[in-house]
Design a binder for this molecule. Structure first.
Ligand code: G3P
Length: 276
């Protein structure tokens, strides 16, 4: 039984082990942590610093190792560097290196054609993946199809709720729609509610019964001290459910989404800004 009687596992969204320690002391547990290049750039120890490429990777490895030692039973997501010209082979090379960093990792790949190719191979190699920058049901269907055969727990999918809200669409609807679509599947993909900005997002994620949520420390603290049980409905534009067959080859789904492209650029530019 989960320490908080929740079906949904709780992850911290942060690139700073000091926050892992705080989250552990506030909550008393943590099921995992997600990192990404922008979160590493927000780590106070990178402030005002420039790194050589290798030094930056060493820094990332240090962060991840420390987080892993704090939550050895949890999952730690490590994101590959990818811009719009990075090939699947280049992503895989990074993922295989992460294998030497810590035992309890999920590799974050972008949900693009190259990222999906890398994920398909990673699963065959026995690695775990967390497919990020997900903004549509079609992308979720492609993740499902590309990772078929994986064990439950080996594949996470991260729909970015807050970034859809930012442009007036109800991001929580995407979580709801993906969960509904996955009811026709074999359950091998776990839905991880990401880009969480508020307590409302947390409560709604629990209501929907998503497998995992990752949230910033500030939001986790708010949740811990709040008695709120029910989410209020918002005024954002609903995202309609689409009927999508999960049994097609992944290459056949229309996975293009402008927020995925923008998100990829932002991750790459935040990372590159740290490099000399
Ligand atoms: O979990 C993904 C997250 O780090 C992105 O959050 O707030 O930049 O959209 P945000």
């Amino acid at each position: 039984m989960h320490p908080n009687n929740q079906k949904t596992k709780i992850f911290l969204d942060s690139g700073d082990p000091a926050e892992t320690k705080q989250a552990l002391s506030v909550l008393g547990f943590l099921d995992g942590q997600t990192t990404n290049p922008s979160l590493i750039a927000k780590n106070p120890q990178t402030a005002g610093r420039k790194f050589l490429k290798e030094e930056l990777l060493d820094f990332y490895r240090g962060v991840v190792k420390e987080v892993s030692s704090l939550i050895p039973e949890g999952s730690v997501s490590i994101e590959v560097y990818a811009d719009n010209s990075t090939s699947a082979e280049e992503m895989l090379k990074q993922a295989r290196e992460f294998n030497a960093w810590i035992p309890n990792f999920h590799i974050k790949y972008p949900t693009t054609t190259q990222g999906l190719k890398a994920a398909e191979i990673s699963i065959k190699e026995g690695l775990r993946v967390n497919m990020t920058l997900v903004f549509s049901q079609a992308q979720a269907a492609a993740v499902y199809a590309a990772t078929k055969g994986a064990k439950k727990g080996d594949v996470f999918i991260s729909p970015f709720v807050g970034r859809l809200d930012d442009r007036g669409e109800n991001g929580m609807d995407l979580i709801k729609n993906i969960l509904k679509m996955f009811e026709q599947g074999d359950g091998h993909v776990e839905v991880l509610s990401a880009s969480i900005r508020s307590l409302e997002h947390v409560i709604k994620t629990f209501e929907l019964g998503a497998d995992i949520i990752t949230a910033p420390l500030k939001v986790l603290k708010e949740w811990k001290t709040s008695n709120k049980q029910t989410a209020v409905s918002n005024k954002l534009k609903p995202i309609p459910y689409q009927k999508i067959d999960l049994n097609r080859p992944w290459q056949e789904y229309d996975i293009q989404h402008e927020l995925t492209d923008k998100g990829l650029e932002k991750f790459a530019s935040d990372w590159n800004a740290l490099i000399v």
